[in-house]
Design a protein around this ligand. Structure first.
Ligand SMILES: N[C@@H](CCC(=O)N[C@@H](CS)C(=O)NCC(=O)O)C(=O)O
Length: 344
C-alpha cells in the first residue's frame, strides 16, 4: 500500500516562504511530504516560475496532477480543499486584515530579511558558509568554498532589486526595529495576531522572522535586545500541530475586538509597506523604471516589482468582494493607520 501523502512540499530549510508553508501544513494537520529542493526524492517539476516552495498534488501512481508556487494562493487553495483548523478568520472583515498583514510580512518584512543578510559582512559570511550545505551536508569543501563565493556575489548583486540600498537602509532597519517592538508588546498578552489561533499573518511573519531572529547575527542581536518574546514565538510557530482547536468556528476575534497591539503593526505597515506598495503599483501602471515614495520624510527608491503589484490587486479584490457593511468595518479599523490607502 502506498504511504505517499497526496501533497508534497518542495522547499529549502533556509527559505522563509518554505518554512511558512511547512508550518501551515503542520498546524492544519494536512498530511504532506517535505522534500528539499535538489535532494533525493525531489522529482517535482518546476512551477510557473522557478521559486520555492512548490506544492505538488500527487496521483496514486506518484505522478503530479498539479504544482503550484506562491504561498498566499497556495494557502487559499488548501483552505478550499481541506477542512478543519482553518487559518482564515471567520469574520470577513478580520480576514481582510489578516490578508493585509500577511502581505506586509511577505512583501515588506522580507526586505529587512534580505537587507540584513546581504548588507553586513558578518551576516553575509555566515550565509555564504551555511547556505551551500542546505541541500547537501556532504558537499565537498572545495565545492562549498566555490558556492560560498558564487552565492555571495549573486545575492549582494541583487540587493537593489528588493530595495536594500544604502540610501534605503535607514527606512528598512527602523521599520524592523518598530515591528519587533510591536510584537514584543503584543506577545505580552496575546499568542497570535487575530485571536487564540494562528492566521495567515502569523505564519507569514514567522517565515520572515526565522532568518532575522534565529540565523543572521546582526538582526538577531537586535531582536535579543528588543523582542525576546518574538524570538521564542518563532519556535512555537514552526510546529503548532499540537495547538488545540476545539471549536472550528471559535477563537477568532471580530474586527471590533482586534487588539491595539495588532493595530500597531498596521501603523507600521502604513508608514512603510503601504506607501511602497502604492508607489510600486503606480510605477508599474505608468511603465516607470523606478518606484519612488516618501517614507518618514526620506526618499525610498527601488525598481518596480511586478509580483508586488499583483499583491495589491489581490488585496483590493478581496476588499471589493466584501459587503458594504464589512467594507465600512474594515475602513473604520484602518482609518488613521496609513493602510487605508491600500483599499481606497
Ligand atoms: N511570492 C513567493 C515568493 C517565493 C520566493 O521568493 N522564494 C525564494 C526563496 S525564499 C526563491 O525561491 N528564490 C529563488 C531561488 O531560491 O532560487 C511566495 O509567496 O512563496
Amino acid at each position: 500500500m502506498s504511504t505517499q501523502p497526496e501533497l508534497v512540499i518542495r522547499g529549502a530549510h533556509s527559505s522563509p516562504y518554505s518554512r511558512k508553508m511547512r508550518a501551515v501544513l503542520r498546524y492544519r494537520h494536512i498530511p504532506h511530504q517535505w522534500v528539499v529542493r535538489g535532494m533525493k526524492g525531489d522529482d517535482m517539476p518546476d512551477g510557473a516560475v522557478p521559486v520555492i516552495p512548490v506544492i505538488g498534488w500527487c496521483n496514486d501512481d506518484g505522478s503530479y496532477r498539479d504544482v503550484m508556487v506562491d504561498s498566499s494562493p497556495q494557502i487559499t487553495k488548501l483552505e478550499a480543499e481541506y477542512a478543519g483548523r482553518s487559518i482564515v478568520p471567520v469574520d470577513p472583515a478580520t480576514a481582510l486584515l489578516d490578508f493585509v498583514l500577511e502581505d506586509f510580512a511577505d512583501e515588506w518584512v522580507s526586505k529587512a530579511m534580505y537587507h540584513y543578510r546581504w548588507a553586513n559582512e558578518e551576516d553575509t559570511e555566515k550565509s555564504g558558509r551555511l547556505l551551500p550545505l542546505d541541500a547537501s551536508l556532504r558537499l565537498p569543501d572545495d565545492r562549498a568554498a566555490a558556492a560560498h563565493d558564487f552565492i555571495i556575489q549573486r545575492q549582494v548583486a541583487r540587493r537593489a532589486l528588493v530595495g536594500s540600498t544604502d540610501a534605503n537602509a535607514n527606512a528598512i532597519e527602523r521599520s524592523y526595529e518598530r515591528t519587533l517592538d510591536a510584537l514584543q508588546a503584543h506577545l505580552a498578552d496575546q499568542t497570535f495576531l487575530f485571536g487564540d489561533r494562528p492566521g495567515r499573518a502569523d505564519f507569514a511573519m514567522f517565515g520572515q522572522l526565522t532568518p532575522l531572529v534565529w540565523w543572521d547575527p546582526t538582526p538577531t542581536a537586535v531582536a535579543v535586545d528588543r523582542a525576546p518574546r518574538a524570538i521564542m514565538w518563532v519556535q512555537w510557530l514552526d510546529d503548532l500541530s499540537w495547538w488545540a482547536v476545539e471549536d472550528e468556528e471559535g477563537g477568532w476575534l471580530d474586527i471590533e475586538d482586534v487588539v491595539a497591539t495588532t493595530r500597531t503593526l498596521f501603523e507600521e505597515a502604513g508608514r512603510t509597506y503601504a506607501p511602497f506598495m502604492i508607489a510600486n503599483h503606480e510605477a508599474i501602471a505608468a511603465g516607470a523604471d523606478e518606484v519612488f515614495c516618501e517614507m518618514e520624510g526620506a526618499a525610498f527608491r527601488q525598481a518596480p516589482f511586478s509580483y508586488q503589484g499583483k499583491c495589491l490587486d489581490w488585496i483590493r479584490a478581496e476588499y471589493a468582494a466584501l459587503t458594504d457593511t464589512d467594507r465600512r468595518r474594515v475602513a473604520t479599523f484602518l482609518d488613521g493607520t496609513g493602510c487605508e490607502l491600500l483599499v481606497s
